[in-house]
Design a protein around this ligand. Sequence first.
Ligand SMILES: Nc1nc2c(ncn2[C@@H]2O[C@H](COP(=O)(O)OP(=O)(O)OP(=O)(O)O)[C@@H](O)[C@H]2O)c(=O)[nH]1
Ligand SMILES: [Mg+2]
Length: 460
Amino acid sequence: MPAAPKLEPNRRRSLSDPFERVMQPPEDETMNERERRLQAEAHAKKVSDGIDEMIRQERKERMKKKEVKVLLLGQSESGKSTTLKRDATGDDAPDDAESVASLIISSNGNPRSYAVPNYERYASRLAPLTRLEERLSRQLSSPDEDEPTHTDPAYASASASSVSLAPTSPASMASEVSVHTHSNWKKVFSFGGRPKGGDTNELVGWWEDPDDPCHVLYACAPAMMELWRDKTVRWILDQKRIRLEESSGFYLDEIDRITAKKYIPTDEDVLKARLKTLGVIEHSFMLSHGLVRGVEWKIYDVGGARSQRQAWAPYFEDVNAIIFLAPISAFDQALAEDPRVNRLEDSLLLWKSVVSNKLLANVNIVLFLNKCDLLKAKLESGIQLNQHLFSYGDRPNDYESVRKYFYNKFGLMHQNHTPNRDRELYIHFTSVTDTRRTHTIINNVRDIILKANLKDIQLI
Ligand SMILES: Nc1nc2c(ncn2[C@@H]2O[C@H](COP(=O)(O)OP(=O)(O)OP(=O)(O)O)[C@@H](O)[C@H]2O)c(=O)[nH]1
Ligand SMILES: [Mg+2]
């Protein structure tokens, strides 16, 4: 057997661990320098061991607790809170489901800017509603809120005046009154310890209180119905491309039922209510059945408006999964925060920044291409996607082709920008206000997230 070739000492060193060479002490090191170096190395090792131990403990704690953290992301009005409510109103509803809700009263459009026949009559018949809205805004808000809680007339008229100019639908630009989760509104609804009914645990007799909003709603119901059914009003809304079916339309179709004096909201009413989120709301619950029992789910519902997005980053560090919602019906709408920005474009940019984020490289991502019901209705009513999205070109304007296009566009964006080529992306077409269909999707998503994190969870 031929003898192994003899290596030069420095050659041998370079063949060993590449880091070893960097770690070697300088050859001309003095005794004092050596002492200082060893002390510094010992200190660095202590710090590093401490960090390792902290991470091990945190991980152990989380595994012991069997905790899965999910972050709901997406622009404002993309359907994050509705998805959360969907989870909360299902079979596995946590007891305190309603305690996480913030409240929003939305006043869409400004009737003064349209030439509605008999407008003066409508205006005077509906004046009590405006006063009621002002009273409720005052009662529900607290003075230290960081976002406006009252209808801002300057903003309302600015968005109304842009109606005739903007190529996008102004429905989302209407002023909103939002109420912070932690503000006054819970006190207002505590009803001062009024008696509750035996079977249903509902408050008894609220309709006998002359100050209760139900009286104003009941009295104004005929005028609201006439206005909503007025053919000229519908025509003007159509001309101005104001699509109330995307916001308050559901309630306007149900005025009769909703203004009845003893009205109690159904699950669907609650799902369709607009609840603008301010800040980040943590919502936790356990499932009593399913793939892995006893897992604690922590869902973080964030505010999606631009002013709210800086609050997202701290939640990126230890999240297990993200559900990102992109409302694909919004291709012809502008952002409420900035009427110059198309909502679909904003969604795509936001998606890009999430999928390319290095902190999130190992986080499972589920994408909900949401509001498919509205997308379908929009296309069927003749609205052309390529008028708003030039890159769509002369592809067919039907629902199947359009949704496939969006699927590819969002999918490609992930493929091209993810820092983790092994990450699988799960994409669902959703209409999260559709209770029946969403139920199955949400169960699937839970299973996907659990399976992906199962290894951690079972390493107890
Ligand atoms: N038709 C229809 N309406 C939807 C759908 N998803 C959400 N909505 C409605 O859209 C509105 C906005 O939904 P939210 O869940 O409040 O939106 P969000 O993403 O939480 O918004 P922010 O809290 O402002 O970030 C609500 O009125 C919902 O009822 C959908 O798939 N179809
Ligand atoms: Mg929300």
